[in-house]
Design a protein around this ligand. Structure first.
Ligand SMILES: *[C@@H]1O[C@H](CO)[C@@H](O)[C@H](O)[C@H]1NC(C)=O
Ligand SMILES: *[C@@H]1O[C@H](CO)[C@@H](O)[C@H](O)[C@H]1NC(C)=O
Ligand SMILES: *[C@@H]1O[C@H](CO)[C@@H](O)[C@H](O)[C@H]1NC(C)=O
Ligand SMILES: [Fe+2]
Length: 477
């Protein structure tokens, strides 16, 4: 008994000290091998159109409700409108259930989209593999997905984080490496297809090619979408001026399940995580719908059920790259205080085509009349991570400010993706993997301690509970 107590004391001492991580940051000297940052040609097999008349293509799924018992399945039929119907079931080839959704189509300049289908499949069982079939006759196609376990504080789950993906050879390598990671859901931090780098009808055509490109992953596991600047598509010269039109037609989100009035910002709960998606390019200042919604959503977060609080946005709040420097300042001024107050664990962003991780810092004492001007170490603050390195055609953002600011822990201009592997309510393993290394060499990694459950008083409470449960078991012998 005495030695067990001693071990507990020792363990908590080690835990407390491992959080104290503020020291000089690292600017990696790694120089990646250059592939051309060029989009893959349309006739490449990466964009292959499935065979068969009107065969479903660009298949993608996303979470369809608040807690993970529903998916939205989306696809395009190029030739004809047809029923938006999904057949599904829990064994391969046996589709006992049917769900129907809706079909939409749109024009963009003179491009006419295919028939875009969105079907909500709900009332699913947790932690179950479902097979599904879409399309008709010889052109029908079959896929599968796994629902997450029921939400709960100690449910392990592995997320991937990808941003600024595009459709180059580097994008393909990011996607392939991600798919080898064993992660179960992608948190996507904006800038999907980079179709807006094209003009006229090619914009729509490159949205279609991107949909086929990512299908190898998106048809089998949910990607949680957030929008970036490349989704805005403000093109007065083509008379296309309504922001996010292609994105909103193609990538629905479960925003009504969390009382959001817009698909651009919303939240989901999955396994042991509460994930909040923000829109860097929608109004967010005080009294706007996004601001009002976030204030309410943060009240709904229940760390006893979902200990991990994760925020996604496109524009990073802390970034020491010359590219997009301080673009996140306006959102920082509005939301940073809430992130600190609610002890957000981690904020993922994209936008900058490089990788960067911050220490736990905040700048909430700053105000325009006086106050501290610089971010300071803050144990309640989130870790900020920029994963804008998916590999799009704009290439890497190689110039970091010098010297490295104190808030920056690690930065490197390479392509890659991250994974967040939640173990239980207190521990998660985080990795960033650069493409050049493949999956086996985690370049930046650390153990993330939960911001809510790692507080010493809560940890003590938890240990007491566990100890008394263990003693109870011994006593019952
Ligand atoms: C949608 O498809 C229908 C049926 O093919 C077509 O008549 C209509 O013009 C299309 N609408 C748009 C906006 O492209
Ligand atoms: C601005 O910051 C200073 C220094 O922290 C503080 O004394 C002051 O109250 C702040 N002003 C407002 C309006 O919050
Ligand atoms: C949580 O996970 C970490 C890492 O795997 C492990 O060291 C720790 O013992 C786990 N805690 C509990 C209570 O299971
Ligand atoms: Fe961007």
């Amino acid at each position: 008994m005495k030695s067990l107590l001693f071990q507990l004391i020792l363990a908590s001492f080690v835990l407390l000290n491992s959080d104290n991580n503020v020291n000089a940051g690292v600017t990696s000297v790694f120089v990646r091998m250059e592939y051309p940052s060029k989009d893959i040609p349309l006739d490449n097999e990466a964009f292959a159109v499935p065979t068969g008349h009107n065969a479903p293509q660009q298949v993608h799924i996303t979470q369809g409700d608040y807690d993970g018992k529903a998916v939205i399945i989306s696809w395009v039929t190029a030739d004809e409108p047809e029923a938006s119907k999904v057949q599904y079931g829990t064994s391969k080839g046996k589709y006992e259930f049917t769900a129907e959704g809706k079909m939409t189509n749109y024009t963009f300049y003179k491009y006419k989209s295919g028939y875009i289908h969105h079907v909500l499949v709900d009332d699913l069982e947790y932690d179950t593999k479902y097979y599904y079939k879409i399309g008709t006759g010889d052109s029908a196609r079959e896929f599968w997905f796994q629902t997450p376990p029921m939400i709960g504080p100690d449910v392990p789950y592995k997320f991937g984080i990808i941003g600024d993906l595009g459709q180059t050879y580097n994008s393909l390598s990011t996607l392939q490496h991600y798919m080898e990671s064993g992660a179960e859901t992608v948190l996507f931090v904006g800038d999907l297809s980079y179709a807006d780098r094209y003009q006229y009808n090619d914009v729509g055509i490159r949205w279609d090619s991107w949909g086929r490109f990512v299908e190898r992953s998106t048809a089998y596991q949910p990607w949680i979408w957030s929008a970036g600047n490349h989704e805005i598509e403000y093109f007065p010269y083509m008379d296309e001026v309504v922001p996010f039109r292609s994105y909103l037609q193609r990538y629905p989100t479960p925003h009504s399940a969390c009382k959001s009035s817009s698909p651009m910002w919303y939240a989901i709960r999955r396994a042991s995580a509460h994930i909040i998606v923000l829109s860097s390019y929608s109004p967010f200042v005080k009294y706007t719908p996004q601001w009002e919604w976030l204030r309410e959503e943060l009240k709904r977060v229940d760390r006893e059920k979902t200990p991990w609080l994760i925020v996604l946005m496109h524009v990073p709040i802390y970034n020491s790259n010359d590219v997009h420097f301080m673009e996140g300042e306006s959102m920082r001024a509005v939301f940073e205080e809430w992130f600190v107050h609610h002890k957000v664990d981690i904020v993922f962003a994209g936008h900058v085509h490089a990788y960067e991780r911050s220490y736990r810092i905040s700048n909430i004492r700053y105000n325009v009349s006086s106050g501290d001007r610089y971010p300071v170490p803050d144990k309640s603050a989130p870790v900020y991570i920029t994963v804008g390195d998916g590999g799009n055609q704009e290439g890497l953002a190689g110039r970091f400010s010098d010297p490295q600011p104190e808030y920056s822990a690690f930065r490197e201009a390479s392509y890659g993706h991250s994974t967040l592997e939640i173990q239980n309510r207190t521990h998660a393993f985080y990795h960033w993997n650069r493409n050049d290394d493949g999956k086996k060499v985690p370049t930046d990694s650390f153990v993330l301690h939960n911001q809510y459950w790692s507080s010493s008083s809560r940890r003590r409470k938890l240990k007491k509970q566990r100890l008394s449960r263990a003693l109870g078991r011994i006593a019952s012998y």
